[in-house]
Design a protein around this ligand. Structure first.
Ligand code: PXL
Length: 287
């Protein structure tokens, strides 16, 4: 089948309320001119971050059936993009997708934890399976907690020197992906930055983020999906990272100004149109 727009197989859960996973990934990619083919791994009434007992329908078996259907109708994808996963079996189904579309860009957001801790469902065995997925990726987007899990090091809240940051990026790239972005890294100059490494050009980048004293769920999904959309639209890694950072900064600040409950996520709806415009982005720095 011909693709008149670029298309992404997005293998994530669909959480109804709370603005994360497919609920944010799909609108973001659409406004960026990319078709999202949603492959839901589970349907949840809300995300798992604070709304009590969640209603969850597991769709693990659906993933492989959907893949077989797409192969039967010769559907192709420009990108396979994975995120929060519920079991080792789901990770194996993601690997089947990746092996079926050898030409697709593989973006793995190795969702495993935040704020220094692994999520409850991410046992050691699950985290080891995520590493298998990372081996197959072209680009990964861990946060600082996930960086330490992938590197099999204890979480260290201390700021990193530029040299330590670059060495960690290189080690992550040695796991497989030629491009690595790590979000939320405090560097020794006490700024929070998103940092990146591109093995093809041997370049290291940072984009400084402004600090807002609240944590909103779903921001990792918003970040990674903008990076996916930007790269598919031809942006460099540095510009894709800056576009995602600037959009999140704008949207987090908008949300913070309303004083809404953080667990409801960021007010994506107010700023989505920003992603349809071209912006001059030159706030990235070489490190
Ligand atoms: O991207 C974060 C995320 C995705 N999916 C589910 C979640 C969360 C974060 O809380 O609960 C189900």
């Amino acid at each position: 089948m011909a693709n008149f727009t670029k298309s992404v197989a997005a293998i994530h859960d669909l959480s109804g309320f709370g603005r994360c996973s497919l609920s944010v990934i799909s609108p973001i990619l659409s406004v960026m001119g990319i078709q999202t083919v949603a492959v839901p791994t589970a349907v949840l009434s809300t995300h798992t971050g604070g709304f009590g007992e969640v209603v969850l329908e597991d769709l693990t078996d659906y993933i492989e059936k959907a893949l077989e259907h797409y192969k039967r109708i010769n559907l192709s994808f420009d990108c396979i993009y994975t995120g929060f996963l519920g079991s080792k079996e789901q990770i194996n189904h993601c690997l089947d997708f990746i092996n079926s579309y050898k030409d697709a860009l593989v973006v793995v957001d190795p969702v495993m934890g935040d704020n220094g801790k692994a999520y409850k469902t991410y046992t050691k065995e699950m985290c080891d399976s995520v590493v298998n997925l990372v081996h197959e990726a072209d680009l990964i987007t861990p946060n600082k907690t996930e960086m330490y899990i992938l590197l099999k090091k204890d979480y260290d809240p201390a700021p990193l020197t530029h040299q330590q940051a670059k060495s960690n990026l290189l080690k992550l790239s040695e796991l497989g992906p030629s491009r690595v972005i790590v979000t939320g890294i405090e560097l020794a100059d006490m700024t929070i930055s998103n940092i990146a490494y591109d093995r093809d050009t041997n370049a290291f980048w940072r984009v400084i983020c402004s600090y807002v004293p609240k944590n909103y769920p779903g921001t990792g999904d918003i970040f990674a999906s903008i990076v996916v959309g930007s790269i598919l639209n031809g942006d460099s890694l540095a510009i894709a990272m800056e576009r995602a950072t600037r959009f999140l900064e704008l949207t987090i600040k908008t949300t913070y100004s309303y004083g809404s409950d953080p667990k409801e996520g960021v007010m994506l709806e107010k700023n989505l149109a920003w992603l349809t415009k071209s912006h001059s982005l030159n706030g990235y720095q070489s490190i």
